[in-house]
Design a protein around this ligand. Structure first.
Ligand code: ATP
Ligand code: MG
Length: 260
């Protein structure tokens, strides 16, 4: 039973130490990792996924419930408490979505295929996508956004791992606020690498990176929560505009004027 994950500071690319000694993440928390391109965000979530023990270039350590992770986590996928959705997703499998989900449910439960899990997963995924995924679609035919949504649903519903790491969810055009809201209901630890202010401000706190090192850990302040509501309005307006363009509509001169 996982209660917490802790990261013990290591160092950045040029050897300067991380600006924290220890970060504790608890069940139910949503955390963002922010920073410029190349600043070490993916490296940090890889450290977490690998249960780093001072043996990665950053020298960081990751603890589960205050202890080094049991070795079986690394070698037995059914025991691994962490699901990672990477930046570059390609499928080697050409299975229909239905079979992918059923097979995965079987691997995860160690028993028989679970049609219920499959239905829950597809329902979850389709709350995040613009165009629904059909169970008879082949995995390789899904769009980038559909793929992302399916993987998030799979990690959340079927893997039921207590920790989910997502490397840059935003490029995929899925409903981000909805995703964060839905994910919160699952009471896991979610760690998002993000360039998106909307996701960063919906998080409990954010880890700021530069030059391969963590420079700050900031919890979202009350003041920022106010800004967050404003960001959501702006972002919704922009999304509505994007949707119009997608649907082949023309824009008029006053388009974004009412959003301040
Ligand atoms: N602590 C570190 N020690 C040594 N090398 C590092 C460290 N952190 C990052 N690097 C190296 O720096 C490079 C960029 O890091 P990374 O890919 O993690 O950046 P990123 O923030 O994910 O960038 P992007 O936003 O483009 O995805 C990689 O080659 C990585 O191996
Ligand atoms: Mg990256």
């Amino acid at each position: 039973m996982i209660r917490s994950i802790s990261i013990l500071g290591g160092q950045g690319r040029r050897g300067a130490p991380d600006a924290f000694e220890r970060i504790d993440l608890h069940m139910g928390q949503v955390v963002s990792i922010v920073g410029p391109t190349g600043s070490g965000k993916t490296t940090l979530i890889n450290d977490i996924e690998l249960f780093a023990g001072g043996d990665t270039p950053s020298g960081r350590h990751v603890l589960i419930n205050d202890e080094p992770a049991p070795v079986e986590y690394r070698y037995n996928p059914a025991k691994n408490p962490i699901a990672l959705i990477t930046q570059h997703t390609t499928f080697l499998s050409d299975l229909p979505v239905r079979q992918f989900l059923l097979t995965h449910s079987k691997v995860r439960t160690g028993g028989s295929e679970s049609p219920q899990m499959m239905m829950d997963a597809i329902e979850f995924a389709n709350k995040l996508t613009g165009e629904p995924i059909d169970l008879d679609n082949r995995m390789t035919e899904l769009s980038g956004g559909q793929t992302r949504a399916l993987l998030i649903a799979d990690a959340t519903v079927i893997c039921s791992t207590p920790v989910v790491l997502l490397d840059e969810v935003e490029n995929a055009g899925i409903h981000r606020t909805k995703a964060v809201q839905l994910l919160r209901e699952f009471r896991k630890i979610f760690i998002f690498v993000t360039h998106d202010p909307r996701i960063a401000l919906l998080s409990d706190f954010r880890i700021v990176m530069q030059g391969g090192r963590v420079t700050q850990v900031l919890s979202t302040s009350e003041e920022e929560r106010g800004v967050s509501a404003h960001v959501n309005r702006l972002d919704d307006a922009l999304s509505a505009l994007r949707e119009k363009l997608r649907m082949g509509h023309r824009l008029n001169a006053g388009e974004l004027q009412e959003v301040a």
